[in-house]
Design a protein around this ligand. Sequence first.
Ligand code: 5RP
Length: 224
Amino acid sequence: MTQDELKQAVAVAAIQYVVDGEIIGVGTGSTANFFIDELAKIKHRIKGTVASSEATAARLRGHGIDVFDLNDVTAIAVYIDGADEITHSGAMIKGGGAALTREKIVASVSAKFVCIADGSKLVDVMGKFPLPVEVLPMARAAVMRKLAALGGQPKLRLKAGSDQAFITDNGGEIIDVAGLSITDPVALEQDLNQVPGVVAVGLFALRGADVCLLGTSDGVKTLT
Ligand code: 5RP
């Protein structure tokens, strides 16, 4: 099966976690896009969604699915999103699609986090995928020095085909940190959360996934 077929398979499997009559949190990225297309088929069963990015909100609205502002919502039954890396215990690196901050906020309000990923995302130790960190632009250089001191190789993410910084939906910039071997993701997330100027770190370990639906050539495997 191709990687897209594996993503499609987990998107279909994730529909069983959608709670009828409730608000669903929706992630960002190519796997989340497959999920949105599946959700559209049962949109009459849900109250609506909260989106983790402008791109996701646009795709949801394009399907005629209601998108609520998080400020108008008190509870989200389930959050469904992809990951760049996930461990067997559900800790993740996210933010390859630059939506880590809103993803973390929406996930924090959700009763359950269901990660949907193709099998290539499962790792024993995270860090091969560069860790995205969203920063306020004025803090960029200071945070990069701090990340280098921690042993990483920080690099400012640029707009595709340009030498200008990529700007997130929140007006932040993204630093991608290569060369980390993340043996204690909870401690690293806690440490990086304390660095002034860091808006959010793409480590989801303090609040990881409750369930991971992993697409493999042997079918969709459920890790809990
Ligand atoms: C976006 C994310 C995505 O979930 C992550 O990058 C995985 O993307 P894809 O499903 O395209 O592989 O964290 O910020």
